[in-house]
Ligand binder design. Structure first.
Ligand SMILES: *Cc1c(COP(=O)(O)O)cnc(C)c1O
Length: 412
């Protein structure tokens, strides 16, 4: 079968099937639903997260440190699991920082990024001893003042808005004008303001984009990030201790999406290591990933409340929807709505199929989880499963919209 014709759920192969039932963490979906006690729920399979980390450990050079960007999935149990197998955690709010610290990971290995950090967030981060990825000159001044006031030397890295883009990314977060980071051309002047008496200078953070499936584009951005770090290092007050070269590793969601060639990314990085060791001898090199580590481990499960036929079209009305899983309805930054991979979790081998739309209980046409998809012929009470739901699901959805109860979450 050529790649363009692969079924939309090429990605569901990460889960196995037994007796017609999808297994999550080895548990048949109907049993898992009973264990959780109610639908809808998110379930995350820890083994799949571990396998993603293992894959990168095999394919990337041993010098690369892996960080988990926890905004993708901040469930404390998930963060706890990942904290044991990655080298650090990147947080983007004070609350995320507290969850990361709860894991027991050393504060040195936690970094805090994001524009517009408040004085209260900065105080908390300085007191905790985490590395602050500084996003502006204003923030650097505030950090210095707070550090002096409370008598703790802040650890800072400069987040740089690079002079290049990550090509082929659906979400660009660097290059051109951006609210993130400090424009690369301003960095030499800002580095002059970092007095080692007042700061512990860590290095650079260069993040250019998200959800990219093109290994050549990612390798190109990583190379440019390292080149930029070489170029800026001579302006730094002390030796560079770390360079975070971003992430952006995508996962397949839609028909025709091919898995990212992480092996190629690894090979390109291997070529860059000797020069990096020469030019940044004391720097650790960090890659930060959210979605790639957790996205494929997660499913969102809801129950069919009603099967309704309107002028010949079949609707499966389920107890979950847009308020729990905004991304699956195509409303989380997507330009064109496409169906996530979906299946009837208790009829995985069913030969009887029909074209249906899966909709939620919200009184809006936006509440569409699957649009005219071929699924196993289903009945009321069956479990609909949405794959690729481990990242930007639960916390990236407007739970209060229409005032239905929130979903549950389990790690298995
Ligand atoms: C959101 C974010 C990430 C994670 O992006 P993924 O696509 O989930 O890997 C990493 N770094 C920064 C700075 C981010 O803002």
């Amino acid at each position: 079968m050529n790649d363009a014709n692969r079924p939309s759920h090429c990605s569901i192969t990460k889960f196995s099937i037994s007796n017609d039932e999808l297994l999550i963490g080895g548990i048949p979906i109907s049993h898992l639903a009973m264990r959780v006690g109610s639908t809808p729920f998110y379930a995350y399979d820890r083994k799949i997260m571990t396998e993603q980390v293992d894959l990168l450990r095999r394919q990337l050079p041993k010098e690369i440190q892996l960080h988990y960007a926890m905004k993708a999935n901040p469930m404390p149990a998930v963060v706890q699991h990942l904290s044991k197998i990655v080298d650090g955690i990147d947080v983007a709010s004070q609350k995320e920082m507290l969850v990361a610290l709860d894991t027991g990971l050393a504060a040195d290995n936690i970094s805090f990024a994001g524009p517009g950090k408040s004085n209260s967030e900065l105080t908390s981060a300085i007191a905790a001893g985490v590395v602050i990825n500084v996003e502006s000159a204003r923030e650097l001044n505030a950090i210095q003042t707070i550090g002096q006031t409370i008598g703790i030397k802040p650890k800072v890295a400069l987040r740089i808005n690079p002079n290049f883009e990550l090509k082929g990314s659906s979400m660009k977060m660097g290059g051109g004008p951006k609210q993130f980071g400090i424009d690369a051309e301003k960095v030499p002047d800002i580095l002059k303001e970092i007095n080692p008496l007042h700061f512990e200078f860590e290095g650079f953070h260069i993040f250019s984009g998200s959800q990219n499936l093109r290994a050549d584009s990612i390798a190109d951005a990583q190379e440019k990030a390292l080149d930029l770090a070489y170029e800026l290092a001579p302006f730094a007050p002390t030796a560079i201790k770390s360079v975070n070269i971003g992430g952006g590793f995508g996962i397949p969601y839609f028909p025709g999406d091919l898995r990212l060639d992480t092996e190629l990314i690894g090979q390109k990085l291997v070529e860059k290591i000797p020069e990096t060791k020469k030019r940044l001898p004391s720097a650790k090199i960090i890659i930060e990933l959210g979605r790639f580590l957790v996205g494929e481990s997660g499913v969102y499960v809801c129950k069919i409340l009603e099967k309704k036929i309107s002028r010949g079209q079949i609707y499966l009305i389920v107890d979950g929807g847009l308020h729990h899983h905004l991304a699956a309805t195509g409303n989380f930054g997507q330009i064109l709505r496409k169906n996530f991979p979906v299946a009837v979790g208790n009829r995985m081998h069913s030969k009887q199929k029909e074209i249906v739309s899966v909709v939620g209980p919200l009184c809006t046409p936006l509440d569409l989880l699957a649009d005219k998809m071929e699924l196993a012929k289903a009945e009321e009470g069956d479990l609909v499963v949405i794959f690729q739901s481990g990242a930007y699901g639960f916390t990236a959805s407007p739970h209060n919209f229409l005032s239905h109860p929130p979903p549950k979450e389990v790690l298995v």
